[in-house]
Design a protein around this ligand. Structure first.
Ligand code: HEM
Length: 397
């Protein structure tokens, strides 16, 4: 059986995607970085934010504008991270997220209606991308009609940005980052406009709550609100887009699993977890050592940037029996696709709900969905991201 990785030759340089593991911790000469790959070690690092800080920006050889970091709690450590995270976490509790179900069903239906009758569809462009964008924009209170300026922008940035760009200290890396920052500016201006509007006309949405929110008795600054708004907008859609596209790519490469899931829809949630395990969208996360440490028998000095790979840990045979097999009913499945510990993904419940609704709606609408070898999927080139950037499909035999 050819796996999805072999079939589309996903990231040929990641040997661990092909069952070859270089050890728990491996030094990458090319980027000059330690990589943590095995489950126990990845879990341990994510569980210890004191020793492994998320504040890594100042270690990157290229300078990142301070204004883009203010309020970015994904790059903070407790206790600051805890205070900022609290400002948005209430919007993502299971109870609040469950109330979004009818609207997500409606958005999926509308998108699928527009695809009706087509023999060929491009799943990412027509469905997997717009669905989570509309959901997160509505949560933030951004009118969908205003999204044009934002639409595809984040996607393009990620597509162009090699995930290692931040690590290289050369002119090309600097140029790539500068181009990405230039593309990011319209999103910042866009968010400023939205915030100004919400100051005048507050509503019951996340952005209005951020405008009124206080941390330690102080209102958030404009830069903080912009950063948190964009963090939610970006984190809230691209990964979910990848989850939906990857799920279809995995099913397509595993016809028996596809038939099982079609026949028994109660398998959809565990199939999505299995997708996150085998094709992990956020495959790598960065951390900074705050002390001299030993991981997997390797000594690493303080103030070193390391890459932690949930994507590789999710295929560790010591944690997952038969890790190369895509088993849509795999239980237990303690994958690290949403991270672990204090930074565990805030949107995990929402992403799972969107994934479940999206997959059920797709399977209901299309009795046939298959890739076309003459028009293959394209995966994001960035090594730290595993996901379909485009997924052309045929809807007939
Ligand atoms: C399948 C979809 C998703 C995947 C695979 C995913 C993955 C992740 C991962 C791995 C982390 C941990 C990062 C770290 O430890 O450094 C994370 C954090 C985060 N995610 Fe997600 N995510 C998804 C969907 C979402 C959605 C829908 C939202 C927003 C509504 C969201 C918002 C966030 C935020 C704000 C953080 C930072 C949390 C913190 O640092 O405290 N994510 N996500």
């Amino acid at each position: 059986m050819v796996t999805v990785v072999e079939r589309w030759n996903i990231h040929p340089f990641h040997s661990w995607l092909r069952g070859i593991r270089p050890g728990p911790v491996h030094y990458n000469e090319e980027i000059g970085l330690w990589n943590v790959l095995d489950y126990e070690e990845v879990h341990g690092v994510l569980n210890d934010p004191k020793t492994f800080s998320s504040s890594t920006a100042h270690l990157a050889p290229v300078t990142i504008d301070e204004e883009f970091l203010e309020g970015d709690f994904a790059q903070m450590d407790p206790p600051d991270q805890t205070r900022y995270r609290k400002l948005v976490s209430k919007a993502f509790t299971p109870r609040v997220v469950a109330q979004l179900e009818p609207r997500i069903v409606e958005i999926s239906r509308n998108l699928l209606d527009a695809m009706e009758g087509k023999e060929r569809v491009e799943l990412v462009e027509e469905f997997a991308y717009p669905l989570p964008v509309i959901v997160i924009a509505e949560l933030l209170g951004i009118p969908t009609g205003d999204l044009e300026v934002f639409k595809k922008q984040a996607f393009r940035i990620i597509e162009q940005l090699n995930g290692y760009s931040f690590l290289y200290d050369d002119e090309e890396a600097q140029r790539t980052i500068e181009a990405a920052v230039d593309k990011f500016r319209p999103m910042v201006d866009f968010m400023r406009g939205q915030i100004a509007d919400r100051r005048k006309n507050p509503g019951d949405d996340l952005l209005s709550h951020l405008v009124a929110a206080e941390v330690d008795g102080h209102r958030l600054t404009e830069n903080e609100i912009v950063t948190i708004g964009n963090l939610m907008l970006v984190a809230g859609h691209i990964t979910t887009t990848m989850l939906i596209g990857n799920a279809v790519a995995c099913l397509d490469s595993n016809p028996d699993a596809f038939a099982r899931v079609r026949a028994d829809r109660s398998l959809v949630p565990s199939m999505l977890d299995e997708t996150l395990r085998t094709l992990t969208p956020s495959a790598a996360l960065s951390r900074r050592t705050t002390a001299d440490v030993e991981i997997g028998g390797v000594g690493i000095p303080a103030e070193t940037m390391i890459l932690v790979w949930p994507g590789a840990a999710n295929r560790d045979p010591r944690r997952f029996p038969d890790p190369e097999t895509f088993d849509p009913g795999r239980t237990p499945n303690p994958h690290l696709g949403f991270g672990h510990g204090v930074h565990y993904c805030i949107g995990a419940t929402l992403a799972k709900l969107e994934g479940r609704i999206a997959m059920n709606a797709l399977l209901d609408r299309f009795p046939v969905l298959r890739t076309d070898p003459d028009d293959p999927p394209r995966f994001f080139p960035s090594p730290d991201i595993i996901g379909t950037a485009s997924l052309p499909l045929r809807t007939h035999e």
